[in-house]
Design a protein around this ligand. Structure first.
Ligand SMILES: NC(=O)c1ccc[n+]([C@@H]2O[C@H](COP(=O)([O-])OP(=O)(O)OC[C@H]3O[C@@H](n4cnc5c(N)ncnc54)[C@H](O)[C@@H]3O)[C@@H](O)[C@H]2O)c1
Length: 359
């Protein structure tokens, strides 16, 4: 018998047990609110955690941090942009597994949700520009993928879902720094639309099935293992032609940057500390850095010879958010703030990239 079919049998028997409780009270079997917020049958508080996208830049940093604290981790990743090597340090560790699977395939991913206490859902297309070229990418790898992960969590009564959303859900905000309550939310990209749709799905599942949801609206996350973003782009360009650095936009775009290890620390802190049914937090540094400053830092690290050439226009590309400055006040009130400014995060990452280039 296939494992998926086997597990579906387990699921059916769990539901049958739940239904009998509801039937005793005369309610239809799908109504389970009287049990909430008590743990549901089959819920494994303190069990292993599932990390989707765990072979990616943020995901592998998260996995290493969880494993360091002794948490058993089940990684689900299709290795479309992640790399198995990013998990080399932990894959031999007891309780750590990697299933190479696409999270859109419910049957393939279900086995890893049985007995899990939480799912960190990071798997997604990480590149905004890719989604503009092909609008179905973010619908499929964002919205549909999130639905499947939530459905798997629901079937096994996984109590907590933690999700990496993005600052781009705010669209082109007019309030700076932008707080979590800002609206209307009008994303400018397919990627932003899929993150916002995913947030809505998390909220709906949390309220309908007694889960707790954590929504992290991330600033630009930078650090080792990144496959895209401004620093990777600029270094790639200088590798091809060290004499000139073409930069998208007029250089005045300004955004917040957060180191990947700080991002993981913040997510884990919020996951341990916040206790609402749906917990929405901006994660970023308190300041911004302009594209012009970043280009200058990169050129200096590259020997200072390249001429910076701006393409012009306020937006770097279709879907780009020229000014991104998240309010991190709610996060600070909860008890966490980044030890590094955006500029320090950029300088540290540039040093690492320049070191890797020289090595
Ligand atoms: N890096 C940032 O600046 C930033 C900002 C905001 C939000 N995020 C979000 O954080 C998450 C992680 O981003 P990252 O920068 O580490 O990117 P990444 O590309 O390094 O990680 C994404 C991981 O998901 C995997 N994946 C993608 N589609 C999958 C699928 N259908 N099934 C299984 N695995 C799949 C990839 O192989 C990869 O390992 C993403 O959800 C991204 O949208 C990132």
């Amino acid at each position: 018998m296939r494992l998926g079919a086997n597990l579906r049998g387990t699921y059916v028997s769990m539901r049958t047990a739940g239904a009998s409780v509801a039937e005793e009270s005369g309610l239809p079997s799908y109504i389970r609110f009287p049990e909430w917020p008590r743990p549901m049958p089959g819920r494994a508080d303190g069990g292993p955690v599932v990390v989707t996208g765990g072979a990616g830049a943020i995901g592998s940093t998260l996995v290493r941090s969880l494993v360091h604290d002794g948490t058993p981790v089940r990684v689900l990743d299709n290795l479309s942009s992640g790399r198995k090597e990013s998990l080399t340090a932990v894959l031999g560790t007891s309780g750590v597994t990697l299933r190479v699977a696409d999270v859109r395939n419910l049957d393939e991913i279900l086995p890893d949700f049985e007995g899990a206490s939480a799912v960190w859902h990071l798997a997604a297309n990480p590149d905004i520009r890719l989604g503009t070229e092909n609008p179905s990418i973010d619908l499929e790898r964002g919205t549909v993928a999130t639905f499947r992960v939530l459905e798997a969590a629901r079937r096994f009564d996984v109590g907590r879902v933690l999700f990496t959303s993005s600052s781009v859900i705010y669209g082109l905000p007019t309030t700076f720094p932008t707080p979590e309550e800002y609206g209307p939310l009008l994303p400018q990209s397919q990627y932003g639309a899929s993150k916002l749709a995913s947030e809505a799905l998390l909220s709906a599942f949390a309220h309908s099935y007694g889960m707790q949801a954590y929504i992290f609206r991330l600033a630009n996350v930078i650090g080792p293992g990144m496959t895209h973003g401004i620093l990777v782009d600029l270094f790639d360009k200088l590798r091809k032609d060290p004499t000139r650095l073409p930069v998208l936009g007029d250089g005045r775009q300004a955004k917040s940057y957060l180191r990947v290890e700080d991002c993981v620390a913040a997510m884990r802190f919020v996951g341990k500390t916040a206790s609402e049914t749906v917990n929405v937090y901006n994660l970023g540094s308190p300041d911004q850095v302009s594209v012009r400053e970043i280009a200058e830092i990169v050129v200096a690290a590259h020997g200072g010879r390249a001429r910076i050439e701006y393409s012009g226009g306020t937006q770097g590309w279709t879907g780009d958010i020229p000014k991104q400055w998240l309010s991190v006040e709610k996060l600070r009130r909860l008890g966490w703030s980044s030890a590094r400014t955006s500029r320090e995060a950029v300088e540290m990452t540039v040093r690492e990239l320049a070191g890797a280039r020289v090595a």
